[in-house]
Every structure is written in C-alpha cells, then in structure tokens.
Design a protein around this ligand. Structure first.
Ligand code: DX5
Ligand code: ZN
Length: 219
C-alpha cells in the first residue's frame, strides 16, 4: 500500500463569514483545500456561485480540489479548471461525456477526478481509470456535512483499489471522516481524506488535521 496520505479539509462546515481566516488555520498542515460546490439541483443545498468560488480558489494559500456537486457538470468542470483549481472532481451521475470532460480538465493543467454517489458502482466506470488522476468514493449522500460515515462503502473502496491496480490514481473518501473512521477507510485502500465537520467543529482545526494524518499514516 502506498505510504502517501493526503488530508484535504472541507470548508463546508467552516464559518463562511470569516472564510479566509478559517482557511489560513488549516493551510499549513493540509495537502489540499476541498471546496464543495452545490447548485441546489444535483443536491438539495447551495454553497457558492462561480464568482465567489473563483475568489476562494485564487486566494487559497494551498491548492484547491473543487468537488462539483452540480447538474450538467461538463462545461462547469472546465470553468473550474480555468479558474485555477489544482484538481477538479465531478460526479459521473451529472456528466454527459465523461472522457471528454476529463481530457479537457487535464488539458487546462488540472488533475481530473470522478466522484461516485453511494448508489453508483465503480465497475460501470472502470473504463475511465485509464484517464483519471483520482476517484472519489462518497461515504455519505452528497449535500451536507456532519452525516454518518457509511461503512458499507468500504467494499467499493477496496474494489476501486483492485481495479486501479498499479496505476498512480488517488482514492479519496468524503463524508463522515473522523478520528473514529479514518483508519477503516485507510485499511480499505483510501489515501486521500476529506474531513469537514471533524476539522472545523474542532476547537483546534490544525491539530485535528495532524491527528487525522497520524492515524491514517499508522496503517
Ligand atoms: C458532502 C460534502 C463533503 C462534506 C463532508 O456532500 O461533499 O465534503 O463537507 O463533511 P463531513 O466531513 O462533515 O462529513
Ligand atoms: Zn465534498
């Protein structure tokens, strides 16, 4: 198993009225900033419009992974790559032309990643493993922070790892990652961990990132 671990805090549960300050708290100890984009169509929640998201991306001290939970994502994914995202993660359920969108994102210099909702099977999308840089296995239904980790998804994480083989593709988990669950996800094969409420509901967000990293690294 690769020893490389990435911790990517989600600002969904951060204080939006002082976002820059919140981001600066975790930046020195985090690998990427996980930016959740919701459109109130693909998921029943809304976060940022494109203008605000572009501002966050350009002001972030660390690279940004934009997790797009939006309908008709193909064009939008390209816009988020153009806006300077280091990584663009889009849902297969929301895309019309997955391979074209992956290629366009990569041509713009960003990493490209496909995300799967809990009900979506990786086997149906294995053809894209020759193109992507990361696969995101959702461990909650997308839409909200603070939900319970779905242990059942670990089978999908293991299957994804198996299908990836020796290709250098990251496996990300998002939803309910905490001190209680990160080791389970690591053991199943995840190497890139999103944590929202665990980090930002903690009195010391940076310390929580370090604790999560230490636990994941012990496996
Ligand atoms: C949920 C988002 C997550 C969310 C995770 O749809 O994609 O990134 O912020 O929050 P926690 O870690 O609280 O489950
Ligand atoms: Zn997310």
């Amino acid at each position: 198993m690769s020893s490389e671990i990435r911790i990517t805090p989600s600002i969904l549960n951060a204080d939006f009225s002082r976002l820059q300050e919140e981001i600066e708290k975790i930046s020195p100890v985090s690998d990427l900033l996980h930016l959740d984009i919701m459109d109130n169509v693909f998921v029943p929640n809304f976060t940022f419009d494109f203008q605000k998201a572009s501002e966050i991306i350009s002001q972030s001290p660390i690279p940004v992974d934009s997790h797009l939970m939006v309908a008709n994502v193909d064009e939008i994914a390209i816009q988020y790559a153009e806006a300077g995202s280091s990584s663009v993660t889009f849902h297969v359920e929301a895309a019309q032309n997955i391979s074209k969108t992956i290629r366009s994102v990569k041509q713009l210099g960003a990493r490209a990643s496909i995300a799967l909702k809990p009900g979506t099977q990786i086997e149906e999308y294995s053809e894209f493993l020759d193109l992507v840089d990361m696969v995101l296995i959702m461990t909650v239904e997308p839409g909200f922070g603070g939900q319970k980790f779905m242990t059942d998804m670990m089978k999908k994480v293991s299957m994804t790892k198996h299908l990836i083989g020796d290709r250098p593709i990251w496996i990300q988990v998002d939803g309910g990652i905490s001190l209680e669950t990160i080791e389970i996800a690591r053991e199943a094969g995840a190497d890139t961990f999103v944590a929202g409420s665990a980090v930002f509901n903690s009195p010391e967000p940076a310390l929580m990132v370090e604790k999560l990293r230490a636990l994941a690294s012990s496996h």
